[in-house]
Design a protein around this ligand. Structure first.
Ligand SMILES: Cc1cc2nc3c(=O)[nH]c(=O)nc-3n(C[C@H](O)[C@H](O)[C@H](O)COP(=O)(O)O)c2cc1C
Length: 184
C-alpha cells in the first residue's frame, strides 16, 4: 500500500462524519490505530521503512479552455507540519524507519522533524528551487542549532518531542484544531 493512502486513511478516520459528536481525542486515537495497523502490515510485508507523506500530483483546469493543465505545485514549510504531527504520534509505535518528507525547506524544518522522531528527512522542492548545494546550508543550520542547545548527536535529540515525550502530549490531538476553529 502506498503511504499516501495511509495518509488518506488517517484523515478519513479523524474527520469521519458521526465521530464529530464524541470526544475529539477519540478521533486521533482511532486514526492512530489505523495508522499502526497499516504500518504493521507494511512491516509484515517486508518493508524496512516508510515515508510520511508523499505529495500528490495536482493538475488544474483552465476556465477559458476547460483543458486540464499540467501544474507543478511545490510545497512550503507549512506542509512539513503534517508529517511532523504523524511522526510524533507514530514514534516508538512501529519498528519501521520513519522518513519525513513534504515541506522540509529549512534547517528549522528538519530539526522539528527529527525532534518529532523522524529517522531521516527528505528534501525535494527545496533542492529543485535552490540547487543541490542548498543542503550544505541546511546542515550548517542544524549544527548551529545543536551547538546552541548543547546536543552532541542526532540520536540524543531524536524523538524527544514525540507525543509520548512532549511536555503536553495533548497538543498533538485533533481536539486542538476543533477548539481553535470554534474560537476563530
Ligand atoms: C519534480 C518532482 C518530481 C517528483 N516525482 C515524483 C515521483 O515520480 N513519484 C513520487 O511518488 N513522488 C514524486 N514527487 C514527490 C516527492 O517525492 C515528494 O513527496 C514531494 O516533493 C514532497 O517533498 P518536498 O516538499 O520536499 O518537495 C516529485 C516531486 C517533485 C517536485
Amino acid at each position: 500500500m502506498f503511504i499516501a493512502e495511509v495518509e488518506l486513511l488517517m484523515g478519513s478516520f479523524e474527520g469521519a462524519p458521526g465521530r464529530a459528536e464524541g470526544p475529539a481525542t477519540d478521533d486521533t486515537a482511532m486514526a492512530t490505530l489505523v495508522a499502526q495497523a497499516t504500518l504493521r502490515a507494511a512491516e509484515e510485508a517486508g518493508a524496512d521503512g516508510v515515508a510520511l507523506f508523499n505529495r500528490f500530483y495536482q493538475p488544474g483546469i483552465d476556465l477559458d479552455t476547460l483543458e486540464v493543465t499540467r501544474e507543478l505545485s511545490l510545497s512550503t514549510s507549512a506542509d512539513a507540519l503534517l508529517s511532523m504531527r504523524w511522526i510524533a504520534i507514530l514514534y516508538n509505535q512501529v519498528k519501521l524507519t520513519l522518513a519525513a518528507t513534504g515541506g522540509i525547506h529549512t534547517s528549522d524544518d528538519a530539526m522539528r522533524l527529527l525532534l518529532a522522531g523522524a529517522d531521516v528527512t527528505h528534501l525535494c522542492a527545496a533542492l529543485l528551487q535552490n540547487g543541490p548545494g542548498y543542503v550544505a546550508g541546511i546542515l550548517s543550520g542544524m549544527e548551529r542549532w545543536m551547538e546552541l542547545y548543547e546536543y552532541e548527536s542526532v540520536d540524543q535529540l531524536k524523538g524527544s518531542v514525540c507525543r509520548d515525550h512532549a511536555s503536553d502530549p495533548s497538543a498533538y490531538e485533533r481536539a486542538n484544531y476543533i477548539e481553535m476553529l470554534n474560537q476563530y
